[in-house]
Design a protein around this ligand. Sequence first.
Ligand code: ARG
Length: 569
Amino acid sequence: MIDYKQSIADSISIVTNVESNVLKQYIEKPPEQKLGDYAFPCFKLAKELKKSPQIIANEIKDKIILEKAKIEKAEIVGGYINFYINKNSLISTVLTEISEKKENYGKQNIGGGKTIVIDYSAPNIAKPFHVGHLRSTVIGGALYKIYKYLGYHTVGINHLGDYGTQFGKLIEGYKRWSNEYNIEKNPIEELTKIYIRINELCKEDESILEECRNNFKKLEEGDEYCTRLWNEFRTVSLKEFQKVYELLGSQFDSYNGEAFYSDKMGEVIERLENSGKLVESEGAKVVNLDEYEIPPCLIIKSNGSTTYATRDLAAILYRARTYDYEKALYVTSYEQILHFKQVFEVAKLLGINEKYTKGLIHVPFGMVHLKSGKISTREGNIIKLEDLLKEAITRARTIIEEKNPNLENKEEVAKKVGVGAVIFNDLSNSRIKDEIFDWDQILNFNGETGPYIQYMYVRTKSILEKAEKLPDIKEIEFSKLLDDEAIQVINTLYNFEETLRQVVEKNEPSILARYLIEVSQNYSSFYNEHHIIGELKEVENARLYLTYACNQVLKTGANLLGIAMPEKM
Ligand code: ARG
């Protein structure tokens, strides 16, 4: 595709002798369409050229030779030079690219095969898979797909919470009361009940707490009975989690959870000891982080057990060696910001190549607030994610039943719409913001929602079906798409590549979600303003091709977010 920014930068470079790549970074989007497609802020060069922005603007404007086939004209406004793209070239470059790449439009190789480790989802064994984990699963899953699309080698890791002293308690509770609970049927709920009950008992009776500690110790030593139980808890929990992953289409390359590092923490402690920074504090071993104005990182508790942080440090060593990563992302709620600050600082003391500690990135997200009374909760206020997704599907089915009772494959469509609505809702606001979960809003077909995007997609699909045959790109007269609405659509489609690059630059899938809303809204305005089928053949063909282009981009973009598109709805 034509890179217009590059063309502008090259032309300015000849006049100013400033390197083209530097100039390219300065180029902006003007605040209003009528001010052109790109703007160059001349004040950026004032220092270097020792002239006022106004003079620089005049000089550039006088001497610049534009590649007319790409850039039509340049105009000065204040200290800016505004550039207007040649619209025919824009239409041609976008539609030709889409005709060649089809569902791979936007695919790029900026990653060059470098490895990105994405640590996401990571629910805790024998505990409910709560909404925070849903966000991690959805955000991490989208990043996983988008990085891959941009040429990175991605490794998705589900760092399960399958280790810790609580397992000693769970084993004790299980030993005592397993026959009273139907663990087979409702593993997580029942194990949670056992956990609550044994905790109560521990509070009353110190000797039972001692038993629990003992169980954990035995588990660490590989005791057969304890290990068997732990394995069973892990297996039944994973089986439950898998139901959610299946609904969401989540993929992982590794399920190495915390327990995987149980025999790998010795090396962390040794390396920290060598650094001289591991100090005793009230019987525990910590690394002081006063100089960063954060609390010390606890490495070994006073009772001798390791911590969540110690396991994360072991995981960094392991991942650096195993994956030789460029970046390692951790997708969790913002409640863990401090934890990762500590861990990333302490990691610098492990004596590993700086590249690995530089690549550590925490990708935090906000909390979910449920609009009260609107969500079905179970006893103990635990919302099972599987139930939440199923409820979304049921609600979608009801809407479909009302709107289009004769639809084929209603079940499949309801699943795509319901699950898509939940995913899109999660991704459509910048991730750090808290999210409000409101059923009516997320399923609104006319709002800025998943169903709205799916609906626009289905619309493009049905127009294309009516036309029966997609014209060949060679037959398209690009000049038939010069009206404002069509140009708006084309402009947006042109930005797809750039949008994907921004997503990975900021680790922010919401940029893509917002982008898909923009494509849908622009297409909708175009469609409301213009007839497609039944116009003069050249006009019809051109508009059909534009419809096809939107259809491709909507589908590709939604799939990258983890949203499946129905073909009818
Ligand atoms: N299991 C943790 C939790 O529920 C999340 C783990 C995130 N990943 C990590 N490497 N610490 O809070």
